[in-house]
Design a protein around this ligand. Structure first.
Ligand code: SAH
Length: 380
C-alpha cells in the first residue's frame, strides 16, 4: 500500500538532502524510493525484508544488496532507533516499563508484558493525549504531538532487541488515542501485520479507542489489520461524559450505532473495556444496562480495576467487582476481569506518563490535526 503523503515527504526530504528514515516506509514506498535511484523493484523488497522482517538497521549487514547501493543508503538514509532512556526493574511476572527518548527530546513509555503463551507489548501512539479522561494519567499530561509510524514500530523492535525475544502480540493501549493519529497508526498496523514485514498475526494486534466515531467509520470503509477494542466505562451519556469528556462530541447512541455497523461489516468481535469506579458505574443497575447496550454486537467485556493515578475516584470494592462480573455472566455476556499487571512499576492501564523533563510544552491547540480533519476526510 502506498501512502501518498509519506511518499511526498520522502521525495522532498531526499531532494533537500535530508536523511530519509526508512523505518517509516512500506514495501511499495521503498520500491519507489529505490526506483528513483535507478534500482529495480526487487532491491526495494530486499531492503524491506532487512529492515522489518529481520530488524536490521545497519546497512553493512545487508549483504545481498550491492555495495554501491549500501554506500548510497548510508549517505542519504537512516533506520532510526530511539534511545531507551530508562527501564523499570522487572516485576515478578516479568512486566517491565521502558522510557523512550524521541528525536526531539520528548518521551513515551511502553510496557513489555510477557507470559507463558504470549510476548506482548503495550505501545504508545502520542506524546501525551488531548482527551483528558479523568481517570487517566496520560490525559493529565496534555497533548504534545503524534508519533510517526517509525516511532510506533520502533518501540517493538527495541524491546525485542533488549529482551532478546520476538514479540507475538501488540496492543495499542499505551499513551495517546490511536485513532487521533489515524494515518501513522494504520500504517504501523499494516507494517506489523505484513508477513513480509514485521510478521505478526492481525489477530494478535489490538487497537484500543475511546470511541472516535469518524475514525471508526473510516475503518469500516478501509478495513484494518487489527482487532478493535473500545473503552466504554459507562452505560449512559450522563455517566460517561463525567469521566470521558469526548463523549459529549461522540455520544453513546452514535458510538454504539457505528460499532454495530463495524461489527456487521467486519464480522469481528469487539472488546469493550470497562473500568469499575466506586458508586459511579458499579451498581447492579449498571450491570443490568450493559447487555442491553451491547445487544447485536459480538462483544467481549473486559472489566478493569481502577488503578491509582491520583484522580478523585475510588476503585470498586472487591465484593462489588465480583457481584458485577457474576451478573454479567448470568446475562450471558462474555465478561472477564482483567488482571492488573505492572502496578509495581506504574505501568498498569492508565498509569503511563513520563516524569522526565520534556523540552517542549504541550501543544496549545490540543485538538490533533488528524482528528480535526477526519470528519472532512470521511465526507470525501
Ligand atoms: N485512548 C485509548 C488507548 C488507551 S488504552 C483508549 O482509551 O482506549 C488504555 C486503557 O486503560 C483504556 O481502556 C483506559 O480507559 C484504561 N485506563 C485509563 N486510566 C485507567 C486507570 N486509572 N485504571 C484502569 N484503567 C485505566
Amino acid at each position: 500500500m502506498i501512502f501518498a503523503e509519506s511518499l511526498g515527504i520522502l521525495l522532498n526530504a531526499y531532494e533537500a538532502k535530508k536523511m530519509v528514515n526508512l523505518r517509516d516506509l512500506t514495501q511499495q514506498e521503498l520500491e519507489s524510493f529505490l526506483a528513483s535511484l535507478g534500482y529495480p523493484a526487487y532491491r526495494g523488497r530486499q531492503l524491506y525484508r532487512w529492515i522489518f522482517a529481520r530488524r536490521v538497521s545497519n546497512f553493512d549487514k545487508m549483504t545481498d544488496l550491492p555495495q554501491d547501493l549500501r554506500t548510497h543508503l548510508s549517505r542519504t538514509a537512516i533506520i532510526e532507533t530511539p534511545r531507551i532512556a530508562d527501564s523499570s526493574p522487572k516485576a515478578l511476572d516479568g512486566t517491565r516499563k521502558y522510557l523512550f527518548e524521541l528525536g526531539d527530546g520528548t518521551y513515551v513509555e511502553t510496557v513489555f508484558l510477557p507470559s507463558s503463551t504470549a510476548q506482548t507489548v503495550c505501545i504508545s501512539t502520542q506524546v501525551g493525549c488531548s482527551l483528558n479522561c479523568v481517570f487517566c494519567a496520560t490525559g493529565r499530561m496534555g497533548f504534545y504531538r503524534n508519533l510517526t509510524t517509525a516511532e510506533i514500530v520502533n518501540q517493538i523492535v527495541e524491546i525485542e532487541r533488549e529482551e532478546k525475544i520476538r514479540i507475538s502480540h501488540v496492543v495499542f493501549m499505551g499513551m495517546g488515542e490511536p485513532l487521533c493519529n489515524f494515518d501513522a497508526v494504520m500504517k504501523a498496523a499494516h507494517l506489523l501485520a505484513d508477513p513480509a514485514g514485521m510478521g505478526l498475526s492481525a489477530r494478535h494486534i489490538t487497537i484500543s479507542t475511546i470511541g472516535i466515531v469518524p475514525a471508526i467509520e473510516r475503518i469500516i470503509h478501509e478495513g484494518m489489520p487489527a482487532k478493535l477494542a473500545v473503552s466504554l466505562h459507562a452505560t449512559n451519556d450522563e455517566q460517561r461524559s463525567q469521566i470521558v469528556p469526548v463523549n459529549k462530541t461522540y455520544p453513546l447512541s452514535l458510538l454504539m450505532k457505528t460499532l454495530r455497523a463495524y461489527a456487521h461489516v467486519t464480522r469481528y468481535p469487539i472488546t469493550f473495556e470497562y473500568i469499575l469506579i466506586k458508586d459511579l458505574n458499579d451498581r447492579p443497575e449498571d450491570a443490568a444496562a450493559l447487555p442491553q447496550l451491547l445487544r447485536n454486537i459480538p462483544a467481549k467485556l473486559n472489566l478493569i480495576r481502577l488503578h491509582p493515578t491520583g484522580c478523585r475516584f475510588e476503585p470498586s470494592p472487591e465484593e462489588r467487582v465480583e457481584a458485577f462480573l457474576k451478573e454479567l455472566r448470568a446475562a450471558k455476556l462474555d465478561a472477564t476481569l482483567r488482571v492488573s499487571r505492572g502496578l509495581e512499576c506504574q505501568a498498569a492501564c492508565g498509569q503511563l506518563a513520563p516524569q522526565e523533563p520534556r523540552r517542549k510544552s504541550p501543544a496549545s491547540d490540543s485538538i490533533p490535526t488528524d482528528l480535526a480533519n477526519l470528519a472532512d476526510d470521511i465526507q470525501k
